[in-house]
Design a binder for this molecule. Structure first.
Ligand code: ADP
Length: 487
């Protein structure tokens, strides 16, 4: 009987233990989807054994799945041994491990606004995760890292392979959820572990000392989280000055769309809603709209479209485009609920809009997962005018909940939203300007006032399959190719 494919999966966050954004959704659901793939899928797969390793952040939730201290080990550095505590849990058939030590600030946030403050934490975590395989005596076939926080593990793998027999045959995959976040100078940290930054002319000079470019350099395969983003990162507009380097790695890059945890995001059983609904009971959705208006103190008038933004407050998300687009609606009646935190300037802009339109706009300046569910279930449309969007989950959740996305025609938004024809699921616009956003919102509102056409769009979105089914199989196929030495 053939061995399963063993995956060491590293991430900075994973829902439901700790979630800040979409990476948390993905790292909390993809491992479970992989672990539950039928072990002889089409005769191409022999089952996957996956271990998810996370930093033991101060904010990790211990209530849903208990976490138990397992032991401690040390990793050698030039300045002596560094201790690493190991704690363990399980979620849906996946073994989950949490690491901490003096290198993880006891009360710090998951991410600091300045990446250099996080370099030590994520850098040591990445290296410690590789040493953990020696403690386990467990040889992973694949090291799967995500974004800059864990990219250093892919960079360190070839060097540590010599001293750690458990890594001798391990190949690596780096999933790119967000290219512009590259980490900080990691030269000193690498030196502590007897490694040095790269000297390769393939990378721009600055990139030779940053974890994400270094991980991209050494990982065997690179996955972008949507097919469109896999193309976009090769261009100057989206490549963040790595486009020339990424073009040299084009053969190793592919796009695999993120999936949704369809249990967690299910309007027919979601415990956070006032009323559960499905495709056959779409009219019940209205109860959630009324409840959301009540909760946010907005007038309950079904003739007025209820718009929503649920987002990190970040330049990437085009929040300013949405707000200035809204200001251009002039005499078009609307209501808008905004939920999100992040950049203080953008937060203040949201509050200003709420002050300008006291009867129509509500800004909820917080991270509130249950409220996000109620907004998806109650709002008529979700605005996502992102400047770039590697995949985006919010638009997929929105469609599943009958909330129509109004979004930029880029990256994963373009790959997941159908903007015309009988299977239309949303409204896409190309110009990244307030005028572009305003026009798209007006177009959406025009359709909203034609209830049959609107319902058709809602229904088409709710019918789409955004589960991990297809994408998890694509990852399994990629792992298998790497394990069997195919390129
Ligand atoms: P990103 O990962 O770039 O932040 P995504 O659209 O991929 O964007 O995922 C964002 C996730 O975070 C979604 O699940 C969304 O519902 C959630 N989210 C964003 N802001 C908030 C908030 N303030 N409260 C609750 N959930 C939020």
């Amino acid at each position: 009987m053939e061995e399963p494919t063993r995956i060491l999966f590293l991430a900075a966050e994973a829902d439901p233990f700790v979630k800040v954004g979409g990476l948390g959704d993905v790292a909390g659901s993809l491992p479970c989807a992989l672990a539950s793939l039928p072990s002889a899928q089409d005769g191409t797969d022999r089952g996957i054994e996956i271990r998810l390793v996370l930093p033991y952040h101060h904010s990790v939730c211990r209530d849903i799945h208990p976490i138990i201290r397992q032991g401690e080990f040390v990793i050698p550095t030039r300045q002596g041994d560094t201790p690493v505590e190991v704690h363990a849990s399980r979620m849906d058939g996946v073994a989950v491990y949490f690491l901490r030590g003096p290198w993880l600030p006891p009360n710090g946030p998951v991410y600091s606004l300045n990446a250099s403050l996080d370099m030590e934490k994520f850098g040591v975590f990445s290296i410690a995760s590789l040493f953990l395989t020696r403690e386990w005596g467990w040889a992973p076939d694949i090291l799967h890292v995500n974004d800059w926080h864990t990219a250093l593990a892919a960079y360190a793998l070839p060097a540590l392979r010599r001293s750690l027999p458990t890594l001798r045959r391990t190949r690596s995959v780096l999933t790119l959820h967000n290219l512009p976040f590259m980490g900080a100078d990691c030269g000193k940290l690498l030196a502590r572990f007897g490694m040095s930054p790269s000297r390769t002319p393939a990378l721009p000079k600055w990139g030779r000392r940053f974890p994400l470019p270094l991980g991209l350099l050494k990982s065997d395969r690179i996955v972008a989280v949507s097919p469109s983003y896999a193309h976009e990162i090769l261009t100057p507009e989206f490549g963040c000055s790595l486009e020339n380097f990424l073009q040299t790695r084009q053969e190793s890059i592919q796009g695999i769309l993120n999936g949704l945890d369809s249990q967690r995001w299910n309007p027919s059983s979601d415990p956070h809603l006032s009323a559960n609904f499905d495709l056959d009971h779409l009219q019940v959705r209205r109860e959630n709209t009324c409840a959301l208006r009540r909760e946010t103190g907005l007038d309950d008038d079904p003739r007025i479209p209820l718009l929503a933004i649920i987002s990190r407050m970040d330049h990437q998300k085009g929040i300013d485009l949405a707000l200035n687009g809204i200001r251009r609606l002039k005499n078009t009646p609307f209501q808008l609920v905004i939920l999100g935190t992040g950049n203080p300037d953008l937060e203040d802009d949201c509050q200003r809009l709420a002050d300008e339109f006291p009867a129509a706009v509500r800004y909820l300046r917080r991270f509130d997962m249950p409220l996000s569910h109620r907004i998806y279930a109650g709002a008529d449309m979700l605005l996502m005018p992102s400047r770039y969007e590697p995949c985006g989950l919010a638009q997929m959740i929105a469609m599943r909940y009958g909330c129509v996305p109004v979004a930029r025609e880029i990256g994963g938004l373009k790959d997941t939203i159908v903007s015309s024809g009988a299977s239309q699921t949303g409204i896409l616009f190309s110009a990244g300007t307030p005028e572009g956003a305003a026009q798209a919102i007006k177009d959406a509102i025009r359709i909203f006032h034609r209830p049959d056409a609107w319902k058709r769009i809602q229904r088409a979105g709710m019918q789409r399959d955004f589960s991990w089914g297809i994408s998890a199989r694509q990852y399994a196929q990629l792992y298998r190719c790497l394990k069997e030495g195919q390129q």
